[in-house]
Design a protein around this ligand. Structure first.
Ligand code: 5GP
Length: 119
């Protein structure tokens, strides 16, 4: 779908060719720890179907997938204990965002004051 690159690292995680520290998983979404944490809590939430970025997901995913993705972000924040103090959700999309892995992912960051939005 939309020039999806099957060789990307998150597709390998979904195919169990590469391990991850799973937080939770359901029919549509997998959540796991980021390998290079930028905050005490740094989780990644990815759809199980193949979307290269947020634009492709918004255009092509079903309402169920989209709702599930959003609820999974909330569920992970709850599970990681950062609901009360707050958290940041980042979705990089395309070249200007410096998206590195071409499979849609939301970063959920928290566990300390995260400072200004962009440095
Ligand atoms: P992006 O810059 O694409 O928004 O973020 C990619 C994220 O994926 C980075 O935060 C990076 O640390 C994380 N990442 C890259 N490779 C791996 C991996 O093999 N395992 C895990 N768990 N995270 C990864």
């Amino acid at each position: 779908m939309d020039n999806y690159d099957e060789k990307n690292i998150f597709n390998k995680i979904l195919n169990k060719e590469i391990k991850c520290k799973e937080i939770e998983s359901d029919e549509y979404t997998l959540s796991f720890e980021d390998i290079n944490k930028q905050a005490p809590v740094h989780a990644l939430i990815i759809p199980k179907n193949k979307y290269k970025d947020f634009s492709s997901f918004s255009k092509n995913a079903s309402d169920k997938e989209i709702a599930n993705f959003c609820r999974s972000i909330f569920s992970v924040a709850k599970k990681k204990g950062i609901l009360n103090n707050g958290y940041r959700i980042i979705i990089n999309c395309g070249p200007d965002s410096n998206q590195e892995v071409p499979h849609l992912h939301a970063h959920v960051l928290g566990g300390k004051n995260l400072g200004p939005m962009l440095c």
